[in-house]
Design a protein around this ligand. Structure first.
Ligand code: SF4
Length: 295
């Protein structure tokens, strides 16, 4: 029996207005009934993995070439984004662990996208979408068709995230107050701004234990409006031929500065007194207010 039929037999009637779980029961069932014997390297999975790895850099380059803001950088420093878009050479990464973390993330994405494909759920993966008015692009990891299994749900966007143990437990408690947490929420709210979707699934995997789980994040108009303001501010800076304001403390004691790939260029331009916009009001929502918004 095909997997899709196996799962349809267990169709789940979700009549609640805001379900908190959609994908986990389906993945549990797949892994328990098919996971051990599934043929992983189907032609389609090989095609997907090849495409993901071959075209990764092209997708980024395309975004840079078209000077688009990226949903995945929604919470990053706006000045850093602009400098990258202008093609300024980033500080090279000399941390082998960080490079390994990037690779781990790419393989994790490929693994889950292929699992969703084997489950018969995958409609699209890594397909870039645009919201021209905000000059915004987003490339959701996966878009799934859940209508076979849920009466009142059609397509659902999925963002795949690997997390270390502590972050994963916070995630499972619906706590997104860390910088990573806020970043992933801003990212999926940006996807909802682009697509008009009412919810987005964040699919988390614990990097220490391979435990997985999901959080269904609903569209939040206050956060969406805040994001619109950010993108307008970035566009205004571009129109004025200025750079967005400084967003970090500009010293090595500040993690944002240390992680910034444009810190050298940023420093140089600051010393040259390059035209700079005044800071955007309420640039960062405080974690406390942010959490309130998610309730
Ligand atoms: S150094 Fe700080 S202000 Fe400058 S681009 Fe990087 S994060 Fe932004």
């Amino acid at each position: 029996m095909s997997l899709a039929k196996t799962l349809v037999k267990g169709k789940i009637d979700r009549t609640v207005e805001r379900p908190t779980e959609l994908l986990v029961p389906l993945v549990d069932k797949f892994l328990l009934t098919q996971g051990e014997n599934a043929e992983w390297m189907t032609d389609r999975c090989i095609e997907i993995a090849t495409d993901l790895f071959h075209n990764m850099n092209d997708r980024q380059e395309e975004r840079r070439r078209r000077k688009l803001f990226g949903a995945s950088s929604a919470l990053s420093c706006m000045r850093e984004q602009e400098l990258s878009i202008r093609g300024m050479k980033p500080v090279p990464i000399i941390d082998y662990k960080l490079i390994s973390i990037f690779h781990d993330g790419n393989w994790r994405n490929a693994k889950w996208i292929c699992i969703f494909e084997l489950m018969g759920l995958l409609v699209r993966y890594e397909e870039t979408k645009l919201k021209k008015i905000y000059n915004l692009a987003g490339t959701p990891d996966a878009e799934l068709n859940l209508s076979l299994y849920y009466d009142n749900i059609g397509e659902a966007g999925v963002e795949i995230k690997g997390m270390h143990d502590r972050e994963f437990h916070a995630f499972m408690n619906n706590d997104h107050s860390s910088r990573f947490g806020m970043g992933r929420i801003m990212q999926v709210q940006s996807y909802m701004l682009i697509t008009g979707a009412k919810f987005w699934i964040i699919w988390g995997e614990n990097k220490n234990t391979q435990e997985y789980g999901e959080q269904i994040i609903y569209r939040n108009e206050i956060i969406i409006n805040y994001l619109k303001k950010r993108y307008r501010y970035q566009l205004e800076a571009r129109k004025m031929q200025a750079l967005p304001a400084i967003e970090c403390e500009m010293h090595t004691g500040d993690k944002i500065y240390v992680r910034c790939k444009q810190r050298k260029n940023c420093n140089k331009l600051m010393n040259q007194e390059y035209p700079t916009m005044p800071p955007m009001k309420n640039r960062q929502l405080l974690a406390r207010d942010f959490m309130k918004e998610l309730k």
